[in-house]
Design a protein around this ligand. Structure first.
Ligand code: ZN
Length: 238
């Protein structure tokens, strides 16, 4: 039972109506959803489903094949039921700002220092990214922080596009994100483009403009191996 992934084309959709298509334990599958199921370092959304005067808490969301399963705090509505769904928007919007901040960091480090990303993770308003750096210093991270914030105040637009897999494979800016390693079944590759700075194959939710990120603070850095250095960031609440 496939779920339409509404968050892929509209990251700002925070409330929607949907129909329950399947039930499993205390979870429901919807025909379409704005709840992000987690992936690419971005945690899943939480929120609520409302049916009449009943409110079910959505405690976890995950992929199950082509379906997206919403785990609830108790046995949920039965198949065919129409639900009003609402994301925990403060949390999701914080994750969007954080995810975009990490892509800005990634773009700056690649453009100015030629270092590739080796991994990353985030929580609302904080995140970390590992880079192929030989060495890292307090002076260097302060310089990186200043350059990241220049891109935030530069108010760059962020576009989401879907590219045919072969076109994505040939896209010069996507070579470092290893589109060729995506599962064979994926024909259309979702592209997140911070105009003029960073292009990545990415499934996450992002803000529409870098100015929404706010001032980024580098809160720490550490060595995770010879050519692997971690940079930690934090964002202010809105
Ligand atoms: Zn990403």
């Amino acid at each position: 039972m496939e779920t339409e992934q509404l968050f892929q084309s509209d990251a700002y959709l925070r409330a929607f109506e949907a129909t329950v298509t399947a039930v499993e334990d205390a979870g429901v599958v919807l025909d379409g959803t704005a709840f992000y199921p987690g992936g690419g370092g971005q945690p899943n959304d939480v929120g609520s489903l409302i049916v009449g005067d009943e409110t079910y808490e959505v405690t976890k969301v995950r992929r199950e094949g082509a379906a997206i399963m919403h785990e609830l705090d108790r046995a949920g509505p039965s198949p065919g039921t129409t639900v009003a769904a609402r994301l925990d928007w403060d949390r999701r919007y914080a994750l969007m700002r954080t995810h975009t901040a990490l892509h800005i960091l990634c773009g700056v480090v690649w453009r100015d220092y030629g270092a590739k990303v080796t991994g990353g993770n985030m929580q609302p308003l904080s995140g970390r990214m590992d880079f192929e750096f030989e060495s890292m210093s307090g002076e260097l991270v302060r310089e990186i922080e200043a350059r990241v914030n220049e891109e935030v105040s530069g108010a760059r637009a962020i576009r989401v596009d879907f590219l045919d897999r072969d076109a994505a494979n040939r896209h010069p800016d996507l070579i470092r994100t290893k589109v060729n390693l995506l599962p064979e079944g994926i024909r259309a590759v979702r592209i997140v483009d911070i105009e003029g700075l960073d292009v990545q194959a990415d499934g996450g939710t992002h803000v529409a403009n870098t100015s929404e990120v706010g001032a980024v603070e580098v809160t720490g850095y550490k060595s995770k191996g010879k050519a692997n250095k971690r940079i930690e960031i934090a964002l202010p609440p809105e």
